[in-house]
Write a protein that binds this ligand. Structure first.
Ligand code: FES
Length: 155
């Protein structure tokens, strides 16, 4: 599939330090994802994810340890190229998604496929469709928000 959806620009992600958006999986269930700057040029295996090749990486907005969001509406806490989990403080490499410390040690964040073209970030993940910018709640403005029976995210 060649579908891609424009998300935002690399510049916007850099300026805001993260960019939260909502996607839907193949069953129509919403989930949150975040774009974060990925500035270091660590060579990582080209196994599955190409995140980080273009100065931005995208991850599901949820810690691997517990259902804790990284961005709770005020941006992702970042330090030294790592996302910091607000709950127990594990730090995840912004480029690889890997965590080698704390409660979430030895885990890797689920990645979201994106591409960057001329400074614009596109969602290219075959399993996900773009719902809207912002968190899941930001899209609940009286539309047909049925009961989110399978939400993994606690608010
Ligand atoms: S919930 Fe993230 S480290 Fe525990």
């Amino acid at each position: 599939m060649n579908d891609r959806t424009r998300l935002t620009t690399v510049e916007t992600v850099s300026e805001n330090r993260s960019w939260l958006f909502t996607v839907r999986d193949q069953y129509g269930e919403p989930d949150e994802a975040v774009l974060v700057p990925c500035e270091d040029s660590v060579e990582h295996d080209s196994t599955s994810s190409r995140s980080g090749d273009d100065g931005v990486a995208a991850w599901i907005n949820r810690c691997t340890h517990e259902a804790q969001r990284f961005d709770t509406g005020r941006g992702v806490a970042m330090r030294d190229g790592h996302l910091i989990c607000p709950k127990h403080g594990s730090m995840f490499d912004a480029c690889s998604g890997y965590c080698d410390n704390g409660e979430a040690a030895e885990t890797t964040l689920p990645s979201v496929d994106i591409s960057v073209d001329d400074g614009v970030v596109y969602l290219t993940d075959d399993d996900l469709t773009f719902a809207h910018a912002g968190g899941i709640d930001d899209g609940d403005d009286g539309n047909d928000d049925g009961p989110a029976s399978t939400s993994h995210i606690g608010f």
